[in-house]
Design a protein. Structure first.
Length: 166
């Protein structure tokens, strides 16, 4: 299992990279319940690279705070590529910053569907590139219990920020 020390290590690396590139991060979290924001704000001086985030567990908040379209939720569900993408874009547009990460998934033990087993997580990353907004999405299916799924979600969200070419 990914431990607290590994999450702290990743948060420190993300913070250093964001400071070096003069970027600020925002988050839109569902299944991680604010854990990404928590590990980022555990880093002393995090206000230099992290603006804040939204924990949008309900579909209502995904719509009202992040601009996820009702039609997206009806057609694809909350745990989907389209929702993760709209959450990331919405976070960037609503909260500001230059990079956003969004996560939506099924941490378990309940909520699974045949096409979306426990451990399914969709990620969205969006970033400003000049006057444009670029984005990327990814799906992972993590093993383990609820805590293990959430820890892996936080780690994956941060690892990809380190790989973005922005």
């Amino acid at each position: 299992m990914i431990d607290d020390a590994e999450l702290q290590r990743l948060a420190i690396l993300v913070g250093a990279q964001l400071i070096d590139t003069e970027r600020r991060l925002v988050t839109a979290e569902s299944c991680s319940g604010g854990w990404i924001g928590k590990v980022l704000t555990d880093v002393p001086g995090s206000s230099a690279f992290y603006l804040g985030g939204v924990v949008s567990y309900s579909n209502t908040l995904k719509q009202s705070l992040l601009g996820v379209l009702p039609s997206t939720l009806m057609q694809h569900g909350a745990v989907s590529e389209a929702t993760a993408h709209e959450m990331a874009i919405g976070a960037l547009e609503t909260l500001g910053g230059s990079i956003a990460v969004a996560v939506t998934g099924i941490a378990g033990p309940d909520g699974a569907q045949p096409s979306k087993p426990v451990g399914t997580v969709w990620f969205g990353w969006a970033w400003r590139q000049g006057d444009e907004i670029e984005s990327r999405v990814a799906r992972e299916t993590f093993g383990g219990d609820r805590e293990a799924v959430r820890r892996q979600t936080v780690a994956r969200a941060l690892e990809e920020i380190l790989k973005l070419d922005v």
